[in-house]
Design a protein around this ligand. Structure first.
Ligand SMILES: Cc1cc2nc3c(=O)[nH]c(=O)nc-3n(C[C@H](O)[C@H](O)[C@H](O)COP(=O)(O)OP(=O)(O)OC[C@H]3O[C@@H](n4cnc5c(N)ncnc54)[C@H](O)[C@@H]3O)c2cc1C
Ligand code: FES
Length: 252
């Protein structure tokens, strides 16, 4: 893990409130696992705490983050111009484990694609991609992975499957039997909850990238805990034991 200065070399609006941020790190972060994250100090003094972001892409000293504007920090970030400095702490947390399987199903909802993109890039053609969003406008977020023919669902029915991504995935799973497969998912809590309910009978292996608001990002403040189903260890820290958990281990 390094705590290093980074120079913003690109901060581009992709579509709607989604942005791509490219950072040139003063110090390399070494090897990272897909699903790990950074704590990013938003330039300026208005936002005191660093904010957590998944590593969307990483190559030597260039780190890319995809983010959505949701509050004060991300709004300030979206207005920050190129050449400003930020501070990056990372890589943090435990990422996705790629077990040997015949089939890897990756599932993202909206900005959840930011958390799963680096895994998809690592798996290359071995990844089947399921993406759910509100309307066809957000399919622009898949521009780097269109060659993998992602299966897309839109809530307004303007592209692909009309409905949510969990329904689309469940329909797909009903068409395949006796396959050695693993699911990787990143999206809002409601989506994780509904997927869990929907595959509860089959109990397919599933790793989920979970988000919580964070303060330290280092396992010190216990501000980011998630409830588990384990009576001996009822809470786990998303920043330290996560952000990737076995879907069956967490309470949703
Ligand atoms: C491990 C991890 C990886 C993440 N990766 C990404 C990413 O790649 N791209 C991205 O856009 N976002 C990501 N997030 C979420 C991101 O950290 C928040 O959107 C960001 O901190 C919001 O900061 P803000 O100052 O703009 O919003 P705030 O003013 O702090 O909050 C605005 C609103 O967002 C909600 N919110 C803030 N943080 C979270 C959170 N962590 N989970 C759920 N709701 C939250 C608040 O409750 C509030 O309603 C990640 C979060 C975690 C924990
Ligand atoms: S954010 Fe402090 S323990 Fe996780």
């Amino acid at each position: 893990m390094v705590d290093t200065e980074a120079q913003i070399i690109e901060n581009k609006n992709i579509v709607l409130d989604y942005f791509l941020l490219k950072l040139k790190l003063a110090k390399t972060m070494g090897k990272i696992m897909p699903g790990q994250f950074i704590m990013l100090k938003i330039p300026g003094n208005e936002v005191f705490l660093r904010r957590p972001f998944s590593i969307y892409d990483y190559d030597k000293d260039i780190l890319t983050v995809m983010y959505k504007v949701v509050g004060k920090g991300t709004e300030i970030l979206s207005k920050t111009s190129k050449d400003n400095s930020a501070f990056v702490l990372g890589p943090l947390g435990n990422g996705f484990r790629v077990n040997k399987r015949d089939v890897y199903l990756t599932v993202a909802g909206g900005i959840g694609i930011a958390g799963i993109h680096f895994l998809i890039k690592t798996l290359k053609e071995k990844a089947s991609v399921f993406f759910g969003c509100s309307s066809n406008i957000e399919t622009t977020l898949l521009k780097d992975i269109t060659h993998l023919n992602p299966m897309i669902s839109t809530l307004d029915g303007s592209y692909g499957y009309k409905g949510n991504v969990v329904e689309m995935l469940t329909n797909y799973l009903e068409t395949v039997e006796n396959v050695d497969q693993e699911l990787f998912i990143c999206g809002p809590e409601g989506m994780l909850k509904s997927l869990k309910a929907s595959i509860n009978k089959s109990k397919i292996s599933c790793q989920a990238l979970v988000e919580e608001r964070m303060a330290c990002g280092l396992g010190l403040c216990f501000g980011c805990v998630k409830k588990t189903i384990d009576e001996n260890e009822p809470y786990k820290r998303v920043c330290k034991e996560g952000p990737v958990f076995d879907l069956w281990e967490i309470s949703l």
